[in-house]
Write a protein that binds this ligand. Structure first.
Ligand code: NAI
Length: 644
């Protein structure tokens, strides 16, 4: 093939005009062909408008670029001059085949014939020509001038040479590409249909549009809500793609919701109403962030991850290309396979089974061989991973964050010496490891931590025993938490009482499950909570009420008064924590450290008060009230205080 100079773009609609502009911008001379003069006129106006914007923003020479584009309604003669052809006519097999027949008759033998079809098999279009080895799919996204990805679709008969030349050409446009085999929907549409289909199923099952979109946008990291995307590209467009793909054997259902919307003309932004209502031309959907935790992100993603496995297992595309496709084509912050690694492949399988979808064999095999993603060091990709134990406290490094678990479940994770020391050692391990950018701390079983171990406190024979314990065991952990340069995120899975709640007041972010409860009940045993009454009170005045009343604080109340930052369903606790840790890992480490340092400086202001409070507690531990409180607690009766 000689060098490509003249590109022929056929079809001057939504895609064709954008592709023509893109080619002209890259320096090619372009012939834009359409059956309709009107369409050509409109296309040139749109290109001129877009180039004016680029002229202002990026100094593009509008007139020069425009002069490289000529229009024509004469396909045969335009074809005879072309070095490369991109067809973007209506999505009708017969029309496309007719165009390719004409191309076959009029183009030179070495010209690459590409189609921008979204749903028609490339092989079927190629069958209209005598040179199927020259035919392939170049699937651009709308708008091609903004979305810098092309799916290069390789049909059974497409030659390697054609693919290589197409890659070179796509690169010359300043675009990135993935390669895919010729299966219905290629990569992006296959995965998209799973995501959109599942979003609609969730809607049918009672979740709201806003809840699903808030989860997608604010947690999964999709730039727009899913229903917002459907409204943007047109409800009818999705409707047609589903019908086309399902006719070609892709197992997807057409929801009655979509049918009704199409029937009633609620087609999205273009009609002012779709899943959302749009005010005026620039109306945007409003997606409230506070609704982001109603839906489990895996409920949206699991079928898409399963589809991605099918694609990779069947060598339609590589795992790397699947990721690139979703990131560049759909703007995902992370690809679906990386998301599977983040959330855990075991949880993906569980979710698929819950949804009644058979997990792909590849997914099953991976889970069977303990390839669970970040939590085991390997999933679709490899991750830095390490496990250690510090007495009853386990430590796990998951690539960029660590998770510390209190494992004294039989004692509701009560804080005895091994626990205090174990948590501190685990934190020091996280502090030492430069890979670790955030630390999650949680408890095993029913409690985060039910507080100080009463048995330990009862064993103190004198005030000096208590003092020794605090100085040697408790104070070092408190200091380590205050001094820690990495964000501490607690995942409160159940009771966080006494010392368990106090540790939470030293955390940077507190995520509680709906069933979690907090309290500082020290007053009931003649003691008092030193951290809550100093640091806790200093950071949040409303904590004092609970120090004075020992009232229980349920998760929703904790959220309302600012003790917890987030409350989620019990089964979402870990994934919500993982999402926050992942987010922190994406920020500049020095910026995070600066925030932590600033906080530490603030807490240093109350350090003297905290030390005095600890002294006060040690003094209290030698009083008759403390002795009576402890005894009453163990005997499960009301204590009788001196002077009562
Ligand atoms: P469109 O309806 O906006 O434009 C199609 C154009 O083709 C019209 O201007 C029509 O006059 C012209 N046309 C029809 N028959 C013709 C023929 N025989 N010869 C020359 N021109 C002819 O369609 P759109 O949206 O631009 O789609 C074009 C192709 O791109 C389709 O295959 C579609 O599946 C694909 N595509 C569309 C995307 C989108 O978001 N709209 C995204 C990616 C691919």
């Amino acid at each position: 093939m000689k060098d490509v100079r003249n590109v022929l773009v056929i079809g001057a609609g939504t895609m064709g005009h954008g592709i023509a502009e893109l080619c002209a911008l890259a320096g090619y001379s372009v012939t834009l062909v359409d059956v309709s003069e009107e369409a050509l006129k409109k296309a040139m106006e749109r290109i001129a408008w877009s180039l004016s914007k680029l002229e202002k923003k990026k100094g593009v020479k509008k007139d020069e670029v425009l002069s490289r584009i000529t229009t024509s309604t004469d396909l045969p003669s335009s074809a005879s001059n072309a070095d490369l052809v991109i067809e973007a006519v209506v999505e009708k097999t017969e029309v496309k085949k007719e165009v390719f027949r004409t191309l076959d008759e009029n183009c030179r033998d070495d010209v690459i014939l590409a189609t921008n079809t979204s749903t028609i098999p490339i092989a079927e279009i190629a069958s209209a020509t005598s040179k199927p080895e020259r035919v392939l799919g170049l699937h651009f996204f709308n708008p091609p001038t903004l979305i810098r990805l092309v799916e290069i679709v390789v049909a059974e008969k497409t030659s390697e040479e054609t693919v290589e030349l197409a890659k070179k050409f796509v690169k010359s446009l300043g675009m990135d590409y993935i390669t895919a085999r010729d299966v219905p929907g290629f990569v992006v549409n296959r995965i998209n249909l799973r995501v959109f289909g599942q979003a609609i199923k969730l809607l049918e099952s009672g979740y709201s549009v806003e809840e699903i979109d808030a989860c997608a946008k604010y947690r999964i990291g999709i730039p727009m809500g899913l229903f917002e995307v459907i409204d943007f590209s047109g409800v009818d467009v999705l409707y047609n793609v589903i019908r086309e793909m399902s006719a070609r054997g892709f197992d997807v259902e057409l929801s009655p919701i979509l049918e009704e919307m199409v029937r009633e003309g609620r087609l999205g932004m273009k009609t002012g109403r779709g899943f959302y209502t749009y005010e005026g031309l620039y109306g945007r959907a409003r997606i409230p962030k506070r609704k982001a935790y109603a839906v489990n992100p895996l409920s949206i993603l699991a079928p898409a991850i399963n589809e991605a496995c099918w694609i990779v297992r069947n060598k339609v595309s590589s795992a790397e290309d699947v990721e690139k496709a979703m990131k560049l084509g759909m703007g995902y912050r992370k690809g679906v396979l990386e998301l599977a690694d983040v959330y855990g492949l075991d949880r993906v399988v569980e979710e698929l089974e819950r949804l009644g979808i058979a997990p792909d064999q590849m997914l099953r095999d991976m889970v069977d061989s303990e390839k669970l993603g970040k939590k085991s060091g390997e999933g679709f990709f490899r991750w830095r991973h390490e496990r250690k134990s510090f007495g009853p406290v386990s430590y796990e490094k998951r690539h960029s964050y660590a998770i510390i678990t209190l494992k004294r479940a039989e004692r509701l994770n009560a804080l005895n010496e091994e626990m205090w020391v174990g948590i501190r050692d685990a934190l020091l391990e996280a502090e030492r490891d430069e890979d670790v950018r955030a630390v999650l701390i949680t408890g095993e079983g029913r409690a985060f931590s039910a507080g100080d171990d009463i048995a330990v406190m009862r064993s103190w024979k004198s005030v000096s025993d208590g003092k020794e314990f605090f100085e040697r065991v408790a104070a070092p952990l408190i200091d380590t938490m205050i001094d820690c340069s990495k964000p501490l995120i607690s995942l409160v899975n159940g009771y966080a009482y006494g010392g368990g709640m106090e540790l939470n007041l030293l955390m940077d972010i507190v995520i509680a499950s709906k069933g979690a409860t907090f309290s500082v009940p020290e007053g009931l045993i003649g003691a008092f909570p030193p951290i809550a009454s100093t640091v806790g009170f200093f950071l949040n005045r409303r904590v004092l009420r609970y120090c004075l009343t020992a009232e229980e604080i349920q998760a929703d109340e904790a959220l309302e008064v600012g003790i917890a930052d987030l409350v989620v369903d019990d089964d979402q606790l870990e994934i919500a924590g993982v999402e926050v840790a992942e987010r922190i890992s994406e920020l500049a480490p020095m910026s995070i450290q600066a925030v932590k340092k600033a906080k530490r400086n603030v807490l240093n202001v109350v350090r003297t008060a905290l030390e005095s409070a600890v002294e006060e507690l040690i003094i209290l531990s030698g009083t008759a009230d403390f002795e009576e409180g402890m005894r009453a607690f163990l005997e499960k009766r009301r204590p009788v205080w001196r002077g009562e």
